[in-house]
Ligand binder design. Structure first.
Ligand SMILES: [Zn+2]
Ligand SMILES: [Zn+2]
Length: 255
């Protein structure tokens, strides 16, 4: 599988895109920074979006993506947006609600709408474009999931935003992950704020993934607050037990 990092930042600043990962050109995981990183042709290839939670930095570009595609005039395109019930309800109620933005789930009509919102259940795997995808609960300040993605013998887990989340690792304890994309928003010196806001610091992260029976072959760090990048990097370097890489926007991961 090929994952293009469209956005790996925990804050929106020039040169720092909000969270979005594009899997094999057609499946998007979170939609924070899509329309500034893909051209229109690339945006038109997106068929599915998996949202981890309804925080704005993970859903912001759904409206702009829909707008670009409608304006392009290709009426055959449709994007399915998947998440757990609570997240889908928040998107309906607070984003595509005819007030903040047009409701693209009924445009041009309900049957052939550009956006289809689809509820998925926790722990229930389903197949899309040759990938088996499962939503697993994580521990954030709002209902949130990570996505376990399998193709053949390759296994990837993307956490979205999470604080310490022991139960999630227990669910994955028998799997050897080829790649773990995990958030690390704050440096160790901000542990209290990280815990309060449902995020990780390097030491919280290392302690948490000890709950995995097998260490992931590769760990990709995302969602850093750019102001603290240097401190987070320094704290991450203290632990040499893992094969670790801090993501940058535009990176391409071959898993
Ligand atoms: Zn969040
Ligand atoms: Zn976030």
């Amino acid at each position: 599988m090929k994952v293009k990092v469209l956005g790996s930042s925990g804050s929106d600043l020039p040169g720092h895109n909000l969270t979005s990962f594009l899997l094999d050109n057609t499946i998007l995981f979170d939609a924070g920074g899509v329309t500034n990183s893909l051209n229109l042709k690339e945006q038109q290839k997106i068929k599915y979006i998996f949202i981890t939670h309804a925080h704005f930095d993970h859903i912001r570009d759904i409206p702009f993506l829909a707008d670009n595609i409608i304006i392009s005039g290709n009426k055959k395109l449709q994007i399915k947006v998947f998440s757990i019930h609570e997240v889908i309800e928040d998107i309906k109620k607070h984003l595509l609600n005819q007030k903040l933005w047009p409701d693209f789930t009924v445009i041009p009509n309900e049957q052939d709408s550009l956006i289809k919102l689809e509820t998925i259940n926790l722990h229930q795997s389903f197949e899309i474009e040759g990938f088996k995808i499962t939503a697993l609960p994580v521990n954030h300040t709002v209902p949130a999931v990570g996505y376990f993605i399998q193709r053949g013998k390759k296994f990837l887990f993307y956490t979205g935003d999470t604080g310490p989340t022991k139960k999630t690792w227990e669910l994955l304890s028998n799997v050897v992950l080829d790649a773990l994309i995990i958030e690390c928003s704050f440096p160790d010196k901000m542990r209290r704020i990280a815990k309060m806001t449902g995020h990780l610091t390097p030491s919280l992260l290392f302690k948490d993934i000890e709950n995995l029976k097998f260490p992931p072959k590769k760990i990709y760090i995302t969602h850093l607050k750019p102001f603290y990048r240097k401190f987070i990097e320094r704290d991450l370097q203290k632990n040499k037990n893992y094969h670790l890489e801090i993501l940058r926007d535009g990176d391409i991961l071959v898993i």
